[in-house]
Design a protein around this ligand. Structure first.
Ligand code: ATP
Ligand code: MG
Length: 393
């Protein structure tokens, strides 16, 4: 018989368990983040021995599931029932979970049992065998230990948990344990994924977007805001600064060789990113560049861009191909927004044949001749600020 009226969730915390040195900080942050998501939901969060337990009243279930599907730093989660530590009670609960899985379309199953309490009279193998017996004997589900449609789990700890469907978590480390990074966020597919990558390594992310009204539309900015909002849901909130770059783009167009436009623009972005990092305490600049993906993203050009950055530049997508990037974009829900057709500022003034292997000294000379630093300062001062929270709306 079920002995807990609240909805109970069992959460696997994954990689945290590897960090022996600062595990306490990581655990504390994960718990804090979970509590933040669950504010006002009457939920209780506890972390013990590699597991997080969330208990909340039934009406809070949608809120809890929203939280767990956005929280980074967890390997997976499942809604569980708590039963008496007694094999008959376990058998009944596993049977019920099997029936539910069958209703949802499963045909095959296996039972996985784990007991951290070695005083329990049966071992894991015996528990699994006994608990699953009725389901296959009655022909409700067939056993498949290799690729079952559903795995029914029994965990005997200080209490006994039984659960069916498990949801994968986003893994990584809890947001806020890795310092703060500044994401150069455009409306494309790549940069939101780059932001998510760093976010799931524990970085808190702020975003910076350059627009070029009237060459770029308000819809292009709307896209970026939507993307920032989506990232904010994983990252317990984000700030977006929008910097007007029209004059900068025009200066480059008017005064520089056309094939240098893209790399010069990238250098200007880095300079303004430095200002934003100084203002917000971010310790790194994050971009969505991937080696060789477009003509401007060669190692030579990336090196020249780095020369303008006063902070570490992180390019988490550098070795990923487009299909891998798209798969992540779809998983985190940014893809549909990113493929909307509005152009961001880079596309507008971009040369047909951008310089492929820019040389540092030559490019720097062209940059200096632009006398653009005053414009960059002005652009940064003209920024517009928005804040996005982690809550769904
Ligand atoms: P994305 O899909 O992220 O737009 P991309 O493959 O289109 O990337 P580029 O347009 O060359 O590549 O831009 C490379 C990186 O520069 C982007 O991933 C982003 O980090 C940054 N970036 C480009 N345009 C902007 C912009 N308007 N505002 C802020 N950052 C930008
Ligand atoms: Mg782009």
């Amino acid at each position: 018989m079920e002995i807990e009226r609240n909805a109970v969730y069992l959460v696997k915390v994954g990689e945290l368990t590897l960090k022996s040195g600062n595990i306490k900080d990581f655990e504390q942050r994960l718990t804090q983040n979970a509590q933040l998501y669950l504010e006002g939901k009457n939920a209780r969060v506890r972390l013990r021995a590699g597991r997080m337990y969330v208990e909340a009243p039934e009406e809070s279930v949608p809120g809890v599931e929203y939280a767990l599907s956005h929280l980074v730093g967890i390997a997976g989660w499942a809604r569980a029932v708590i039963v008496e530590r007694d094999i008959e009670a376990i058998k009944k609960a596993v049977y019920d979970q099997g029936l539910l899985a069958r209703k949802a379309g499963a045909k095959t199953f296996k039972v996985e049992a784990r007991r951290s309490d070695k005083a329990f009279p049966l071992n894991s193998y015996e528990i699994a065998r006994e608990a699953g017996e009725a389901l296959y004997e009655e022909g409700i589900l067939a056993v498949d230990v290799h690729k079952p449609d559903v795995t029914l789990s029994v965990e005997i700890r200080e209490r006994c948990f039984v659960y069916g469907e498990q949801h994968p978590g986003h893994r990584g480390l809890p947001c806020g344990t890795g310092g703060k990074g500044l994401l150069l966020l455009s409306g494309g597919i790549d940069s939101p994924v780059a932001g998510f990558r760093m976010l799931s390594r524990g970085m808190k992310i702020d975003c910076l977007y350059f627009h070029s009204h009237p060459y770029t539309s308000p819809e292009a900015q709307g896209k970026v805001e939507e993307l920032a909002k989506t990232l904010a849901r994983f990252g317990v909130g984000t700030h977006l600064n929008v910097v007007p770059f029209t004059k900068v783009q025009e200066r480059i167009r008017d005064k520089a060789p056309v094939d240098y436009a893209t790399i010069l623009l990238r250098m200007c972005m880095m300079k303004v990113a430095n200002m934003a990092c100084e203002m917000t305490g971010a310790k790194a600049i994050i971009t969505g560049e991937s080696l060789g993906q477009v003509a401007s993203q060669t190692i030579e050009n990336l090196t020249v861009t780095n020369g303008c950055a006063a902070f570490t530049v992180l390019r988490p997508l550098i070795g990923m191909d487009k299909d891998e990037i798209i798969a992540v974009a779809k998983r985190i829900g940014t893809y549909e927004t990113s493929i909307l057709p509005y152009e961001d500022c880079c596309v507008l003034f971009s040369p047909k044949h951008p310089v492929l292997r820019a040389r540092q000294d030559e490019t720097q000379e062209i940059y200096d001749a632009l006398e653009i630093d005053g414009l960059l300062e002005e652009a940064f001062q003209g920024r517009e600020h928005k804040r996005f929270g982690w809550k769904e709306d």
